[in-house]
Design a binder for this molecule. Structure first.
Ligand code: ADP
Ligand code: ADP
Ligand code: MG
Length: 498
């Protein structure tokens, strides 16, 4: 069996650091790659060795697969972990890694290729009796035929890019009159964003919940599921709050979804860690959406409830070791919640709000985990996904995990940029979330910028004003723009106190 002695993480930020921490615990040497924008990132400092790939743009740094493979040869690296995003779901890259005699910590290039196309994935699972959203299972080539199919399914429908990802490449069509125009837009969007104009139709599930199953498969034919994660609190079809287990999944439903997910994995001879995503309707019917052939952003909630380190499992599987446990050995322990802390302004339509982390203090305490890749004083670069951190809490039950999360959010001090934290606190205290009766439309249904104004207690305002004053004095040594920004923050908090 091959042994990994030196691992290169072909990624940046929090996930790079998170992977390297486990590698070090396993006695594996680590190599970070970075762009010129990430020179001082904590993952670069943590790594045993680090290589600059080039200028900030991903296309000139983190997406340079050939260059990364070259560096591996120079540094005698034996394995590459791709993290999520970037090259993680690029079958050609995985193939080149293999051809270079290196280990790819992930599934085979063949599995990635099948699941990377939502259409190929639907076709592959065909013989496994997996429930699919009603729709077309081939790319639309004939608009009239597609309209007939759409009428059969019933409006509203969703036009989806087969190669889509990250919540992009989807268009809702409310009625036949809009069909042609939306279809043309979808094709040209898919073409420019993913280089593949293939689109298909799905019934638009109203009141949908997004519930996904974590799977792990080894290279000896064993596959298990590590229960579900509910990720229904989303903006722009992208997740902001995740939890495990789901508030609505019963033991019977969990078993049925878990077994369906294992079927999806088997349909593409999957090994490694993967996520099978389902959409669940208001009657709790579940339908297969897609499989993500990589470590998922929200994997920590599964780690918290199962006690398994998913990166460690990924590395073991890549070393061709058999899984060290079976389905019966896995148990759910308590409840975990994750909030994604994005540099975005919830009051301004969740638009990115990048800038400097003038103050950055993490919450602490039992059951609190922060996965991040920044330190106080650092800038959030404009070139990449604006996620600053993932804040995760674990409690003995759902209420305890939520209460702990609200406490941890209150203890998280970020000044200098707007974040999704205030929105997350609002959501976690909302009756719909607390009762478990919510869907992916939570933001549209309940959120307006005004609710955040009401949320701040006097106590919080006082604390923040005090902090702002502290930073005003700190900032006096820094640039004029920075000082102005701090002054503005300080003034706005002082005004709140009046
Ligand atoms: P998860 O389901 O793990 O939350 P996301 O779908 O939010 O994952 O994507 C994780 C990361 O990968 C994000 O940074 C997202 O922007 C990026 N990503 C996902 N799919 C694609 C894609 N097809 N092209 C480019 N980036 C993608
Ligand atoms: P991506 O590759 O971008 O992650 P997904 O197919 O996983 O695409 O869908 C992302 C999100 O879009 C889902 O979590 C859900 O909120 C919404 N969505 C996808 N398909 C449907 C559908 N058929 N009906 C309603 N909402 C959907
Ligand atoms: Mg998805």
């Amino acid at each position: 069996m091959p042994e990994i002695k030196k691992l290169l993480v072909a990624n940046r930020g929090e996930i790079s650091l998170r992977i390297m921490r486990t590698a070090r615990e396993m006695g594996i040497k680590t190599v970070a790659v970075y762009s010129e924008a990430d020179r001082l990132s904590p993952n670069v400092i943590f790594a045993d060795e680090a290589v600059c790939l080039g200028p900030p743009a991903s296309s000139q740094s983190y997406l340079l697969g050939d260059k990364i493979i070259e560096e591996c040869k120079k540094l005698e690296v034996d394995a590459i972990h791709p993290g999520y995003g970037f090259l993680s779901e690029n079958a050609d890259f995985a193939r080149k890694v293999r051809e270079a005699g290196l280990i790819f910590v992930g599934p085979s290039p063949e599995s990635i290729a099948v699941m990377g196309s939502k259409l190929a994935a639907k076709q592959a699972v065909g013989k496994y009796d997996i429930p699919l959203v009603p729709g077309t299972d081939e790319a639309i080539t004939d608009i009239d035929a597609a309209k007939v199919k759409a009428a059969e399914i019933g409006y509203p429908i969703l036009i989806k890019a087969s190669a889509g990802g990250g919540g992009k490449g989807m268009r809702i069509v409310e009625n036949e009159g809009e069909f042609e125009e939306q279809m043309q837009r979808a094709v040209s969007e898919a073409q420019s964003a993913f280089g593949d104009g293939a689109v298909f139709i799905e019934k638009f599930i109203t009141s949908p919940r997004h519930i996904e199953i974590q799977v792990l498969g080894d290279q000896h034919g064993n596959t298990v599921y590590l229960f579900e994660r509910e990720c229904s609190i989303q903006r722009r079809h992208q997740k902001v709050i995740e939890e495990a287990p789901s508030a609505v999944v019963t033991p019977e439903m969990r078993k049925a979804m878990g077994e369906a997910a294992v079927g999806v994995a088997m349909a593409c001879n999957y090994y490694g860690a993967g996520t099978v995503e389902f959409i669940v309707d208001d009657k709790l019917n579940f339908y297969f959406l897609e499989m993500n052939t990589r470590l998922q952003v929200e994997h920590p909630v599964t780690e918290m409830i199962t006690g398994k380190d998913l990166v460690r499992e990924q590395i073991w599987i890549a070393e061709e070791k058999p899984l060290s446990f079976q389905q019966e050995d896995l148990k759910i322990n308590g409840h975990a919640v994750e909030v994604r802390v994005y540099a975005e302004d919830p009051k301004n339509n969740f638009l990115p709000d990048i800038g400097k982390l003038i103050t950055y203090r993490r919450p602490q305490g039992p059951g609190v985990r922060v996965d991040d890749g920044f330190e106080e004083g650092m800038d959030i670069p404009i070139y990449y996904d604006p996620m600053i951190a993932k804040l995760v809490t674990h409690g003995e039950n759902r209420k305890a995990a939520i209460d702990k999360m609200i406490r941890a959010i209150d203890d998280y001090k970020i000044i200098g940029i707007q974040t999704t934290l205030a929105f997350c606190k609002f959501a976690l205290r909302h009756e719909a979330f607390v009762s478990g009766n919510f869907d992916t439309k939570f933001v549209e249904h309940y959120f307006t910028p005004a609710v955040l104004e009401e949320q701040f207690s006097d106590e919080e305002s006082e604390l923040l004003a005090a902090l702002a004053v502290e930073f005003l004095s700190k900032a006096s040594l820094k640039s004029t723009t920075e000082r102005k920004k701090t002054e503005a923050i300080s003034t706005s908090w002082r005004n709140r106190l009046k």
